[in-house]
Design a protein around this ligand. Structure first.
Ligand SMILES: NC(=O)c1ccc[n+]([C@@H]2O[C@H](COP(=O)([O-])OP(=O)(O)OC[C@H]3O[C@@H](n4cnc5c(N)ncnc54)[C@H](OP(=O)(O)O)[C@@H]3O)[C@@H](O)[C@H]2O)c1
Length: 97
C-alpha cells in the first residue's frame, strides 16, 4: 500500500491515477474526506498497512520530519520525496521543497 500525500493536487492526482491503473493499492492523503478519487482509493492519511510513502512538500509542510519518523516506526521502507524550490518558500527552514 502506497500513501500518496497531496493526492488531490496537480502531481498527486496524476500519480494516484497512474498507480491505480497499474493495480497498485493506494491510499490518498487529503484534508478533504469527500475528495473525488478513483474507485478503490480511500481518502485517509493513516499509515496502517502502508509500506511506501510519497511525500508532497506542499501537503506535508513542516510536519515532514514527524511523518517520516512515524512512517519508519511502522515499517515503511520506501519513501519518495517530490523536491522543488518555490518562490514563496522560507529558505531558512529545512524542508523538502
Ligand atoms: N504541479 C507541477 O506541475 C509542479 C511541477 C514542478 C514542481 N512542483 C512542485 O511540487 C510541489 C507540489 O506540487 P502540486 O502542484 O502537486 O501541489 P498542489 O496541487 O498545490 O497541492 C497538493 C495538495 O496539497 C494539499 N495542500 C495544499 N496546500 C496545503 C496546505 N497549506 N496545507 C496542507 N495541505 C495542503 C491539497 O490537498 P487537500 O486539499 O486535498 O488536502 C493539494 O491538493 C510544489 O512544491 C510545487 O512547486 C509542481
Amino acid at each position: 500500500m502506497i500513501l500518496v500525500t497531496g493526492a488531490t493536487g496537480n502531481v498527486g492526482r496524476g500519480l494516484v491515477r497512474l498507480l491505480t491503473t497499474q493495480g497498485v493499492r493506494v491510499r490518498a492523503g487529503t484534508r478533504n474526506p469527500d475528495a473525488v478519487l478513483p474507485p478503490g482509493v480511500e481518502a485517509s492519511s493513516s499509515l496502517d498497512g502502508v509500506n511506501s510513502l510519497f511525500l508532497n512538500p506542499r501537503a506535508v509542510g513542516k510536519s515532514v520530519g514527524y511523518l517520516v519518523a512515524q512512517a519508519c516506526a511502522v515499517g515503511v521502507r520506501r519513501i519518495v520525496a517530490l523536491s522543488a524550490i518555490n518562490v514563496d518558500d522560507d529558505l531558512s527552514a529545512p524542508a523538502l521543497s
